[in-house]
Write a protein that binds this ligand. Structure first.
Ligand code: SAH
Ligand code: SF4
Length: 358
């Protein structure tokens, strides 16, 4: 439990729940029973945990009066990328996006279902191209609100999520304690039991937290939002680059590589006239090769209120081919429906504005 206030029961790790029950004088096996109800049987209320004595259910309901999240709205068709708008207990909203297996990317037989989850309401980092940062940071999500997005997506879609990317709203590494608790819930056999190798944390480049996460025992994956191969270009669109310029960032990434087995990923949005100069591609290729990293090129997705656009397809391909020629594994996603990172945060902004009568 990260804060003193009552949270949803889903926010507790196994250790936290065991400590609470020890304090309450409950037998040890109650911890397993409650976790089973929460993460395996997935009951809607504490009252439905029928093998707990009634006084314990009442005490739990009093201590944890609220649910982690509620489903508000789904957009997108069942067999394509779907976006879920989720309502938090304080009336705020976040989004998660479910991306079904893409045969084009992962082969005909792939049964990969990826969920893109949010880690904060809003974001404090203010990248110039991003909808999530437009209104600044409202608050962190707690562990139950992060892990709960998986449960809700599975419930609404009827599909099992087996791949997670922390690329929704927010900067996950600015919410590290709650992120770590959520990772424990998501990867543990008593929780959602998704292998750490199927979790990718995306960051704009918070150096101390990258170093801390590198030392974490689980083999989670890391993606870096690079979006510029020089301090000059990156600094113009990502204010975080002033605090941790490329030299510092790359020192942390070299350390990451000494601690983890999976390749790093660089995400690189292509924004016309801003970071799509072919010289950037050459420098990016050199930087990626030095770290044995992969590159995901993402043509920019329009955000309402922002004056940026994507380069044409031929230019995107030319940029990609420079990387490929340098033998850097590179993907370029041109199909629109798959641009899941795109414009995350827009649905939420609209809904909150409507409810505030703006
Ligand atoms: N804060 C983290 C994770 C959330 S953003 C980070 O920055 O990495 C997830 C990804 O979406 C980032 O790579 C981000 O740069 C990208 N993104 C933001 N706005 C976008 C847009 N309009 N079009 C395409 N990608 C965008
Ligand atoms: Fe925040 Fe990531 Fe958007 Fe930058 S790109 S404003 S760090 S969510």
């Amino acid at each position: 439990m990260q804060s003193g206030i009552a949270e949803a029961l889903q926010s507790l790790t196994r250790r936290e729940l065991a400590d609470l029950f020890a304090e309450w004088g409950e037998p040890e096996y109650r911890t397993g029973q409650v976790l089973d109800w929460l993460w395996k049987k997935r009951v809607a209320s504490i009252d439905a945990m029928s093998n707990l004595p009634a006084p314990l259910r009442e005490r739990l309901a009093k201590q944890f009066p609220r649910a982690a999240l509620q489903h508000a709205e789904t957009s997108g068709a069942a067999d394509t990328t779907r976006k879920f708008l989720l309502r938090l207990h304080d009336g705020r909203y976040v989004e998660s996006v479910l991306i079904p297996a893409s045969p084009a990317l992962y082969g005909e037989k792939s049964d990969r279902h990826t969920l893109c989850v949010s880690s904060q309401v809003g974001c404090a980092y203010g990248c110039k191209f991003c909808a999530s940062g437009l209104d600044g940071l409202t608050r962190n999500l707690d562990a139950g609100e992060i892990a709960g997005q998986v449960v809700l997506a599975e419930e609404v879609s009827g599909r099992k999520v087996n791949n997670l990317v922390f690329m929704g709203m927010g900067e996950p590494l600015a919410n590290l304690p709650n992120l770590l608790a959520a990772i424990e819930i998501i990867t543990s056999p008593w929780g959602l039991h998704i292998g750490a190798r199927h979790l990718t944390i995306s960051t704009s480049g918070l150096v101390p937290q990258i170093e801390e996460l590198a030392d974490h025992p689980r083999q989670i994956r890391l993606a870096i939002s690079l979006h510029g191969a020089t301090d000059e270009v990156r600094g113009r669109i990502m204010p975080v680059n002033r605090k941790w310029p490329l030299e510092k960032l790359f020192a942390a990434l070299r350390y990451w590589n000494t601690r983890k087995k999976q390749k790093l990923t660089f995400e690189y949005i292509l924004i016309a006239g801003v970071n799509d100069d072919l010289q950037q591609a050459r420098l990016l290729a050199r930087k990626a090769a030095a770290l044995d990293a992969k590159v995901n090129l993402i043509p920019y997705n329009t955000v309402e209120g922002l004056d940026w656009s994507r380069p044409d397809e031929a230019h995107c391909r030319e940029f990609r081919d420079i990387l490929r020629k340098a033998r850097v594994p590179t993907t370029l996603r041109l199909e629109k429906g798959h641009d899941i990172n795109a414009a995350c945060g827009q649905l939420r902004l609209k809904r909150e504005a409507t409810e505030a009568g703006k």
